[in-house]
Design a protein around this ligand. Structure first.
Ligand SMILES: C[S@@+](CC[C@H](N)C(=O)[O-])C[C@H]1O[C@@H](n2cnc3c(N)ncnc32)[C@H](O)[C@@H]1O
Length: 1003
């Protein structure tokens, strides 16, 4: 059965998607990443665009409809004429070359109206995607509805077309879109976006923490959508009329209300462990900056501690000396503060000073001697080695000493020395419970070396008291909410959330999930491996990276402050996220092993599996699991059956779970193939499956700079599982800075677009494969180029259509009868790509073809006149003619191309009697340096030259990339990426005459 090609199988506006994805990284308010931490979340922008493009038909599949659109035809016809002119020229060139016995590329088939109509329609769909990916449009119903309408149109076409399908009733119901499934749902970006686009979403993951995150994102909000909060009254005031609560706003308000209740209740119980600091006149006398606070009590933001060991110097063996990585407390300009240790009476004390330290380098280094665990004794200067510190900590002699206090001032941080009594109060804390679970796997990297073997060891006693108190309060809050909800009219049916309840009990449990998440956020900011960030004056979180590192001097946050690391910030973030959801469609979340799940049946699938050994989710998430289990086990008994996150079936290749690298790899690949098979076998037949593959930067740069073995292995697994590929889209989401200027930025992930391979797929010979590449790749490349893909992404994106050919066959057999490997297929695809780009030179004039060949050899450097002359003969031009064309400089037997900066600013193309594509590209680059407006002015005068200009820029970019000429590559990449904007401005701008007048002062 034939299914329509989807947009994602032909073209994507990658640039817009990448730009929005990068921007999203800095969004904090309302983003799911603020609801609960998960590692390696996909940007929502990318997830949304991919699902949309996976669902809408490519316009080439409905040109008959487009033909009947009179307005579109009017737009397409002049474009067709221009395209035909260029084609006609190429045809004549080819004819001339043939009659002279020269070779020139085949001009290809004549452009057709259908092609142009489809291109214009693709542009329209791109515009929708460009709007859709903007963070600001996350809750913009107009933009979202436009996208949903588009999805529905394609869906109705599919239903009409497959009305006779033997399973039409289940598969093609024109009143209901197919559901969505992500079997590796993790932090939930993909199911959330599917839901936003109007699909019933299913999410599954092996990890209970991920399952819970997805429940909080897509399953719980729709259950209680559009209901007023059970506590709509704050301080005796009605917050809003009962019928004005939309989406999850009511739920958000209750999370806030009961979060505040928990905070206040906790303060009553353990507030005495978090004393304020009194600024005594004595303290203020020593520190003039403290004068305005003299006599006042300030709330503490954090207590800063230094771990200690006994001095290795026998003369000070009784002294617990501090291990301090820096004495700087704040490095903010004008607000500097630092710790100054004072040695006295056979020991030491810490003082805190405002201003620049007298010896900044020494202050910055603390008591550290070099990287790693290498310190010096504060008392004697004797070195303290890593081995010594490990031995002391294993013997239980590592301690901690209060070094400084950060307090809330008047819109500033106030840095203070240890205040008498504060250390003692902290030491009085006695937790009733602690998570005694052993650290395993990735979590054991460093901490066990210092005697920290359980999760309890990561926290101070005061932190454990806080976490247990707040966790207990989640349970108490549930009971309170249940009563309030029943009083507010929820049925008091006792039916739990996990059993599909929606009454008072279920609502209380639902609110409890977000409250428990705020406790997890607390855990992330309340461990003894959180540091004080002196540059930003804030506490850093436990998971600054995907590991649990040893930290020497740590910050202990005050949950009751209103600053960094306080409890209410987690509550508020949950509330903001809930307000940004659009819970109008059901979500379903289950715990399942992707290698053995049956949820995918007949669903649209987009997924993002773990990549090899990149992140050990199960190990890391134990950190949160132990607290969630403490507060939510009665609500989700099945999810929290085990003491720790289940690990055995997690698809990561870790040696410690599988004894050797080989076994780890075998497990990973075997499991991945099984998981992919589930998808190939179950996916809804009308849609391709999309799979994200996360790159590790180190892998993308082997000797040739392109191929990566991890990538090949993954492709192999996907193909082995029965998939054929129809697209590969590089997503560049990890770097910062101006995308147009960042050529060296590599793709951070690739989206593979796959369809199940036909059971009766034929076997092909290598020759047949190569021939198919040569015939089909040029067309696919033309699509990619017209969709303005950045030159830097072209090679990666071209793998898609290439692999589509390779995977259409059951096997490709080489001359010796051996199957052609993925690696060999990739090499052939790259070779063909090079050839196709070289062939596009057929679209260029003779001077440009000479210049490309010369550039390939010399760039903008000089070469021999004789060589230039010989080359000019082969290209049917002459050096003197090239000089006249303004392309080169010929002097004293040497020749070189002009670089863009040397080109005359007063160049007027309408007066150039020997106008070449080469000049056009380089003048545009020159103009672009002054901005897109300037380039647009020039383009307006040049008229419709888009295709050859863009093709030349691609060609030159490929040459530069191969030659590693980064600066030149940047210029060509920028021109292509700016092209749509330049074209838009050129169209919008005044008429060419007016520009000629303005630029060149001519009538
Ligand atoms: C790359 S993450 C997904 C991230 C997600 N797309 C997001 O945006 O947050 C991969 C996920 O696969 C899950 N996983 C690992 N092995 C699994 C298995 N055998 N079955 C199901 N899920 C598994 C991990 O728990 C992790 O959440």
């Amino acid at each position: 059965m034939n299914y329509r090609k989807k947009l994602i199988e032909v073209a994507l506006p990658l640039d817009a998607i990448n730009e929005a994805s990068v921007r999203e990284k800095s969004i904090r308010h309302g983003h799911p990443s603020t609801l609960h931490l998960w590692w390696a979340r996909r940007p929502l922008a990318a997830a949304r665009a991919v699902i949309f493009a996976q669902m809408v038909d490519d316009p080439s599949t409905y040109v008959d409809l487009l033909r009947s659109d009179a307005r579109l035809r009017r737009k397409a016809e002049p474009l067709l004429k221009e395209r035909q002119k260029v084609w006609e020229k190429a045809r004549q060139t080819a004819g001339l070359a043939a009659s002279d016995n020269n070779s020139a590329p085949d001009p290809g088939p004549e452009p057709t109206l259908d092609q142009i109509l489809a291109e214009l329609e693709r542009e329209r769909l791109f515009k929708i995607i460009e709007e859709l990916v903007e963070w600001e449009n996350t809750t913009n119903e107009t933009v979202l509805q436009q996208a949903r309408d588009e999805i529905w149109q394609s869906w109705r076409r599919a239903c009409a077309e497959h009305a006779d399908h033997p399973r039409a009733k289940e598969l093609f119901d024109r009143r209901k879109l197919p559901a969505f499934h992500d079997p590796f749902a993790g932090g939930g970006s993909l199911p959330l976006e599917a839901q936003r686009l109007g699909l019933e979403a299913y999410a599954s993951d092996l990890n209970p923490v991920a399952v819970l995150i997805n429940k909080a994102m897509i399953e719980i909000p729709p259950k209680f959508a559009d209901r007023p909060p059970v506590r709509p009254v704050t301080n005796g005031k009605q917050i809003a009329a009962p019928n004005t609560w939309q989406g999850a706003q009511g739920l958000a308000e209750d999370v806030r209300y009961y979060g505040q209740w928990m905070r206040d209740e906790a303060e009553k119980r353990i507030g005495h462990l978090y004393p304020e600091v009194k600024i005594t006149p004595g303290l203020a006398a020593e520190r003039p900056d403290l004068k305005p606070y003299s006599g006042r009590s300030l709330t503490v933001i954090a207590w800063l501690w230094a771990r200690t060991v006994k001095s290795p110097n026998p003369a000070f063996a009784a002294v617990d000396v501090p291990l301090v990585s820096t004495f700087m407390l704040s490095t903010r300009k004008g607000k500097e503060a630092y710790v100054e240790p004072v040695i006295e009476a056979g020991g030491y004390r810490f003082t805190v000073k405002a201003g620049q330290p007298p010896n900044p380098k020494a202050a910055r280094s603390g008591t550290k001697l070099s990287r790693g665990a290498n310190f010096q004794c504060l008392m004697s200067g004797s070195p303290i080695t890593g081995d010594y510190i490990k031995a002391e900590s294993m013997a239980g002699r590592m301690g901690a000493r209060l070094m400084a206090i950060v307090a809330e001032g008047d819109r500033e941080r106030v840095y203070l020395p240890p205040i008498p009594g504060h250390e003692e109060i902290a030491r009085k804390a006695r937790p009733k419970w602690k998570p005694e679970n052993e650290l395993v796997g990735k979590c054991r990297d460093q901490l066990p070396l210092y005697g920290m073997n359980t999760f309890a060891d990561i926290f101070t006693d005061r932190q454990l008291v806080a976490l247990t108190t707040f966790s207990d309060l989640v349970q108490e809050a549930r009971e309170l909410i249940r009563r309030d909800a029943a009083a507010a009219g929820f049925p008091d049916d006792g039916k739990p959330l996990a059993a599909g309840g929606t009454g008072a009990t279920a609502y209380a449990e639902a609110v409890g999930v977000y409250l428990a998440f705020a406790v997890d956020k607390g855990a992330n900011y309340w461990s003894s491996i959180c540091t004080w960030h002196s540059g930003r004056d804030t506490i850093t979180s436990t998971f600054g990276r995907q590991a649990l590192p040893m930290v020497w001097d740590y910050a202990e946050a005050n949950p009751f402050s209103v600053s960094s690391g306080n409890f209410m910030s987690g509550i508020n973030q949950s509330g903001r996220f809930l307000k940004s959801t659009l819970p109008n469609i059901k979500g379903n979340v289950i715990q399942a092993d992707a290698a053995a799940q049956f949820t995918s049946k007949d669903k649209l699938i987009s997924t993002d599996p773990p990549y090899y050994d990149n992140i050990c989710y199960a190990d890391l998430s134990d950190f949160f699991y132990v607290w969630l289990r403490h507060s939510l086990k009665p609500v989700f008994p099945k999810l929290f059956t085990t003491l720790e996150v289940p690990k055995a079936d997690e698809l990561v290749a870790t040696i410690y779970r599988h004894d050797s690298i080989e076994r780890a790899e075998e497990f990973f690949l075997g499991g991945m193939i099984k998981a992919m098979r589930q998808l190939a076998g179950q996916a809804h037949p009308a849609f391709p499956v999309t799979i994200y593959y996360a790159f590790r930067q180190s892998e993308t740069t082997d000797e040739e700079g392109t191929v990566s073995t991890g990538w090949e292995t993954f492709l192999d697994a996907v193909i082995h599982a029965g998939f054929a590929l129809t697209g590969t889209w590089p997503l560049r989401t990890e770097y910062t800075g101006n995308l147009k200027k960042n050529v060296s930025a590599l793709a951070s992930s690739i989206v593979l677009v796959c369809r199940p391979r036909a059971d009766d797929a034929p076997v092909a010979t290598r020759r047949e494969f190569v021939n198919a590449l040569k015939t089909e790749l040029p067309v696919a490349l033309a699509h990619l180029q017209r969709s303005n893909i950045a030159p830097v992404d072209l090679a990666q994106a071209a793998i898609g259509p290439g692999m589509a050919i390779y995977t259409r066959y059951a096997q490709v057999i080489d001359a010796r009868g051996n199957p052609l490997s993925v690696r060999e297929a990739l090499a052939l695809i790259n070779e063909t790509l090079d050839e196709v780009l070289a062939e596009q030179e057929g679209d260029f004039d003779a001077d440009t073809r000479w210049a490309v060949a010369w550039f390939e050899q010399f760039g903008f450097d000089e070469g021999e006149y004789g060589l230039a002359e010989t080359l000019s003969k082969a290209k049917n031009t002459s050096v003197s003619g090239l000089g006249e064309a303004g392309i080169l400089l010929s002097r004293e037997g040497r020749v070189r191309l002009f670089c863009p900066q040397e080109l005359p600013a007063e160049w007027n193309p309408s007066r150039d009697s020997r106008l070449t594509v080469w000049e056009t590209v380089h003048h545009l680059i020159r103009a672009l340096e002054q901005g897109e407006e300037a380039a647009a002015d020039l383009l307006a005068v040049l008229g419709g030259q888009a295709d050859p200009v863009r093709e030349l820029a691609y060609r030159l970019y490929t040459i530069c990339e191969r030659k590693k000429w980064a600066r030149e590559a940047l210029a060509y990449n920028s021109l292509v990426q700016s092209w749509p904007e330049i074209e838009r401005l050129a169209r919008e701008n005044r008429g060419p005459q007016e520009i000629v007048q303005r630029l060149f002062g001519e009538e």
